[in-house]
Design a protein around this ligand. Structure first.
Ligand code: ZN
Length: 551
């Protein structure tokens, strides 16, 4: 019986195969589909990193994408907060936190009365480590990504793989139906891992990669790639605006990463150096073979997020030599990735886009030193003032549940208990908050749901406002005012330094050229859907960028 059955199965498989060769699936007839779409995100990459460091880049990396592809020079986020989780979700789902629900990296969850992490999922287990770092999935993402739509369109025959050193940078782009997302677990392990959401065990190519000791090889000296005196596009190496590593007195080159790893969480230190990008490029190149990406006519999707740029920016700031060196080295890693794609998938057989999940502000203490208005916002003092005001105005215990991500969450039960009207309380708080120094604007949740804002910061707030998940009162700080340490850069605002990021398209079915037309992050996914001839992500609000596409 078993023999007959297996003969039958073989015949069936053969007939399927011959059928496949006779009747070409519809997907091959449009002739615009690349074999592989590569979505590259560079974490915390401001638009001006393309132009400021242009003369330091080689011909095969960023400059190749700019000269042979299409450069959208006026590309912006159209929502706040401009953080990593929302950024990755928006790029690949073609919409904003209002719809996809990833309102921050971490947020106060009204239902469970606790903080949740955008990719955290305790219902799944780690794969490749016993550490909890693998308990991650995209379950908080409400909408599909274009990679999901490609999976649905191709009857799950087109693959999706997501890669990053950050879990959320690998998981959110790849979407719900991904074959796998892999991210880097540092600590004392230095390995790429995943979760049971995708796989029960690591594939042999991932185990083999981890066994090569790649992480160990990057625990080496970090010095500037070229003579530091030629780095004229950044400030002096020694200044008062940089953090640095524990165990080294000054934030100056060179850095002995092997020695510093002991005081900076082991292999995690790699993430905070350009070598975090290099190991991601190594792993992505290994994935081309390991996952057989772009090897047939059914489009696969590979997402690669380079996150070390963000760690370096947070630590050393926008104007640092460390950031400049990180981009010079990333340019080389991107060149390596492009060369590998040329060799393994073939020139003209793949389409790549590159963007960022948010920009970054110049270090405010540096801006102050050159007379640009800026500053630091003290969250604790703000919270204290707000609580005291409520207690004295209402003669009631404070009904603030939580203040985070520039939003105030109220305890609606307590407000009800005092017989107060929620909307009136929200408005009263707005009136108090707007009087607070360094606050530029404040809005109630009701105004976000009852009015339609089409421009300005209100528009960005509204696109970032999710009625189920966001707070009761939203406030906006003055330009270049941040809640952060006095060293290093951060991000999150609706201002151009955070919203203006690169958007480059390159490869199959992409025009050569550039535009200064205003484009937005949610335009990326519909553009890729249009190129593939597939459904738009189910919540997409952006528009396909016609001028980018050849046909
Ligand atoms: Zn960041």
């Amino acid at each position: 019986m078993r023999a007959i059955l297996s003969v039958f199965v073989i015949c069936f498989l053969l007939s399927c195969q011959s059928q496949k060769s006779v009747i070409k699936p519809n997907v091959a007839t449009l002739n615009t589909q690349p074999k592989l779409v590569v979505g590259v995100v560079v974490d915390q990459m401001r638009y001006d990193y393309l132009t400021r460091f242009y003369n330091k880049y080689g011909e095969g990396g960023f400059r190749r994408l700019m000269s042979q592809g299409f450069n959208c020079k006026n590309n912006h986020f159209n929502y706040v907060p401009t953080y990593t989780g929302p950024g990755h979700a928006s790029i690949f789902s073609g919409t904003t936190p209002k719809t996809h629900g990833i309102i921050s990296n971490n947020w106060y969850d009204k239902v469970s009365d606790s903080y949740v992490y955008c990719a955290g999922d305790t219902t799944v287990q780690s794969v490749g480590t016993t550490n909890k770092a693998g308990q991650m999935s995209p379950h908080r993402l409400k909408t599909t990504s274009f990679a999901d739509e490609n999976r649905l369109f191709t009857q799950m025959r087109g693959k999706t793989i997501g890669i990053s050193v950050k879990d959320r940078g690998a998981i959110l782009p790849a979407g719900h139906t991904a074959n796998a997302a892999y991210w880097f677990h540092g600590a004392d392990e230095g390995r790429f891992i995943t979760s049971t959401y995708y796989l029960e065990t690591l594939p042999s190519w991932v185990k083999a990669f981890n066994d090569t000791g790649a992480a160990e090889s990057y625990l080496k000296e970090w010095n500037t790639l070229y003579d530091i005196n030629t780095y004229t596009e950044s400030g002096s190496d020694l200044n008062a605006f940089e953090g640095g590593f524990k165990g080294k007195e000054t934030a100056t080159f060179p850095y002995d990463l092997k020695a510093l790893s002991k005081t900076n969480r082991g292999y995690d230190i790699i993430k905070a150096t350009p070598y975090g990008n290099s190991i991601v490029a190594d792993f992505a190149i290994a994935a081309l073979d390991g996952e057989q990406l772009g090897q047939d006519n059914i489009t696969d999707v590979l997402t690669v997020s380079f996150s070390s740029t963000d760690y370096v920016g947070h630590n050393f700031g926008v104007n640092s030599k460390e950031v400049e060196d990180t981009y010079i080295r990333l340019d080389k890693d991107i060149e390596r990735l492009l060369n590998a794609l040329d060799a393994k998938v073939g020139k003209g057989n793949y389409t790549l886009f590159l963007s960022s999940d948010h920009g970054a502000v110049e270090v405010p203490s540096y801006l102050e030193s050159v007379k640009v208005p800026s500053g630091y916002f003290n969250n604790d003092a703000f919270k204290k003032t707000l609580n005291e005001t409520i207690i004295s105005n209402y003669k009631a215990e404070s009904f603030i549940k939580n203040i985070s991500n520039n939003q105030v969450f109220l305890d609606r039960e307590v407000i009800k208990g005092y017989g107060l009207n929620l909307i009136e309380v929200q408005q009263a708080l707005v009136d108090v908050i707007i009087g607070y120094p360094q606050v530029y604007k404040a809005y109630t949740a009701s105004s976000m749901t009852n009015a339609e804002f089409s421009r300005g910061v209100e528009h960005l707030l509204q696109n970032g406002f999710n009625q189920k998940r966001s707070g009761d009162v939203l406030y906006v700080l003055d330009p270049a005012v941040i809640s952060y340490s006095k060293t290093g850069s951060t991000h999150g605002s609706a201002l151009n330094y955070d919203t203006h990021v690169p958007l480059l398209f390159f490869g199959k079915a992409i025009n050569t050229g550039s535009t200064l037309q205003h484009t937005t992050i949610p335009d990326i996914a519909p553009t890729m859907s249009a190129l593939l001839g597939i459904s738009f992500p189910n919540g997409a609000s952006g528009k396909p960028l016609e001028f980018v596409l050849e046909n």
